[in-house]
Design a protein around this ligand. Structure first.
Ligand code: HEC
Length: 152
């Protein structure tokens, strides 16, 4: 018994340290899932120095915007970040009914997530930063390239 108590305490301490390290990234989980890129349409390109960004969304969402309607629930908007011709990362926003309630409605029903080139979740990019920046675009589906859909 005298050996077991310190051992258990050590385990608890380790678990505590592990939780501390993991918590900041896991503190704000979100519901974004990686979409089927084949089902999406490219609607604009933004170039910044060596970075080329292709923006994609669904044909249904493009049609809705052009008809002056909200983008449907389930819509993905994808930013494919290319460097040197290779995918460097994906930035993705997705809309779902009631999703805004997860975060006191910071970006309507849109949630944000970064993904690695292999499409796995990039938890190092904090989604609250994404939302903080996109929050200013509440009148255009929280998007910066919304008007490119209309001017295409
Ligand atoms: C500092 C401000 C800022 C932050 C932080 C930010 N974005 Fe953006 N985002 C932009 C701007 C500006 C654009 C328009 C494209 C451009 O200028 O590069 C954009 C474009 C996008 C687009 C294409 C649709 C649109 O809005 O035009 C998606 C998707 C996107 N961002 C997702 C994300 C995700 C996911 C994160 C976090 C991992 C994130 N963004 C963080 C400013 C930001």
């Amino acid at each position: 018994m005298t050996f077991r108590i310190p051992f258990a305490l050590g385990g608890l301490l380790l678990a505590g340290i592990f939780a501390l390290e993991v918590l900041p990234a896991a503190a704000e989980p979100n519901r974004v899932v990686f979409p089927d890129l084949e089902a999406l349409e490219h609607y604009t390109t933004v170039t910044r120095g060596e970075v080329t960004e292709h923006m994609l969304t669904s044909p249904e969402a493009l049609a809705a915007v052009r008809a002056g309607q909200p983008m449907p629930d389930g819509t993905h908007v994808v930013l494919v970040d290319y460097r040197g011709g290779e995918v460097f990362r994906y930035f993705i926003m997705q809309k779902g009914a009631g999703w805004g309630e997860d975060y006191a409605n910071r970006t309507g029903d849109w949630q944000f997530q970064a993904f690695h080139p292999d499409k796995s979740n990039n938890t190092a990019e904090a989604a609250d930063r994404c939302m903080g920046c996109h929050q200013s675009r509440g009148d255009s589906e929280f998007m910066f390239t919304f008007s490119d859909i209309l001017s295409e």
